[in-house]
Design a protein around this ligand. Structure first.
Ligand SMILES: *Cc1c(COP(=O)(O)O)cnc(C)c1O
Length: 389
């Protein structure tokens, strides 16, 4: 069995130790004669699994007692609506910082639900390659919204905006438990699990209790399943939860604890990211797209020297308007990117194709990616650069 180094942005690699444990327990979970996949969520065997997962989130993230920890479905994308429906109820007005696709989608969803969305800052001017600095947010907003780690653009907040009494909401899908985070600075945090915590299927929500409205006080028409109260009042078991995903999530959390908790992950992630960014910054063949001071520890988009300001400009033009020189440059760029991804795959380094909005390559180096994986990637990159100068 040959395992690859998987740099997928999500669903993404899981710790091998966790996968082995799941395999060992697949046919008979702790003498029950069943797989966790097959169990009733109301059974004596399952109850401790979800209770432990919640307790581990509380422990590892140091969640204050006045916050609920919820496991819901619908992914990060459903939270875009749920946040607006539950929190945008007084002034029907919210502040959003626009840092790329996920923040834009969240704002669009709020708008659709009738929330007056103020985009108070944006990094659109430079293709979202940096995080705007917003020290303080004030105004009659029901909440302020940020995407803490921008999976596609490879950017990350190195500060947390001051919002006073305005609840701060953060999408932490691609950076949850990658480093310590002061939960008390936020009104609500959410994370689709498939980036850093578990397989797809569950979304972690951490929300301050006083921000959870009665279902009747949510925006008109809010479905039962989209009221946080529904899940908070029922221990995330109002309906059938994604049982197996929560079970794997619990195992990943124990793996994180064994490896030093949030700080242990931060040490590991900083070491991995430093190796990769240092290499990119030294290279005359590759360059990172995210600006220093805004760089993600988790998602590292990079281009080759064949991606230039000229190819970026030419790519924006209609095909018919491109000069022959531009067409040739674009073809060369594409050839190099395709070649990189193909040869990397053959070398056991998979899912390195960049997102189309950034181009080039992207290495997602979540908690479960090992230092060895990053070193192997850098060795490959170096060899490729030498061969294709
Ligand atoms: C992947 C991702 C999402 C979307 O998550 P789904 O679970 O696919 O809906 C939202 N926000 C961020 C930051 C992401 O990385």
């Amino acid at each position: 069995m040959a395992r690859v180094y998987n740099f997928s942005a999500g669903p993404s690699c899981l710790p091998e130790e966790v996968l082995r444990e799941c395999a060992a327990e697949m046919m008979d979970y702790q003498g029950t004669g069943q797989s966790v996949m097959e169990m009733s969520h109301r059974s004596k065997a399952y109850e401790p699994i979800i209770a432990d997962a919640e307790a581990m989130v509380r422990k590892l993230m140091n969640v204050p007692d006045n916050y609920k920890v919820l496991f819901v479905q619908g992914g990060g994308s459903t939270q875009f609506a749920m946040v607006a429906e539950n929190l945008g109820i007084k002034h029907k007005k919210a502040a959003y910082i626009e840092t790329g696709v996920w923040a834009k989608k969240a704002a669009a969803e709020a708008k659709k639900l009738g929330i007056a969305v103020d985009v108070i800052a944006s990094s659109k001017d430079k293709n979202y390659s940096y995080i705007p600095r917003v020290e303080k947010i004030t105004g009659d907003y029901d909440y302020a919204y940020i995407c803490l780690n921008n999976t596609i653009m490879g950017t990350h907040y190195e500060y947390i905006p001051e919002t006073g009494d305005i609840p701060l909401v953060a999408d932490i899908s691609s950076c949850v438990l990658s480093e310590p985070l002061d939960v008390s600075k936020f009104g609500l945090l959410f994370a689709g699990a498939q980036k850093n915590l578990a397989p797809a299927g569950v979304t972690l929500v951490i929300v301050r209790e006083d921000l959870i409205p009665e279902p009747a006080d949510c925006l008109p028409g809010t479905p039962t399943m989209l009221a946080y109260k529904t899940h908070a009042d029922n221990g995330s078991m109002y309906n059938t939860p994604p049982c197996y995903t929560i079970y794997v999530l619990g195992k990943v959390l124990h793996w994180i604890e064994k490896n030093g908790g949030a700080q242990g992950m931060a040490d590991l992630n900083n070491a991995k990211a430093k190796l990769l960014y240092d290499y990119l910054d030294r290279s005359d063949f590759y360059h990172a797209t995210a600006e220093k001071g805004s760089r993600s520890l988790m998602n590292v988009p990079f281009l080759t020297k064949f991606s230039t300001a000229e190819t970026a400009a030419a790519a924006k033009k209609d095909e018919a308007d491109r000069t022959d020189a531009e067409k040739a440059a674009l073809a060369k760029e594409k050839e190099m990117n395709d070649k990189f991804v193909k040869e990397a795959q053959a070398a056991g380094l998979v899912n390195l194709k960049g997102h189309r909005l950034v181009g080039g390559m992207r290495a997602s180096i979540y908690n479960a990616m090992t230092i060895d994986g990053v070193k192997t990637l850098i060795d490959f990159m170096d060899k490729f650069a030498t061969e294709n100068k």
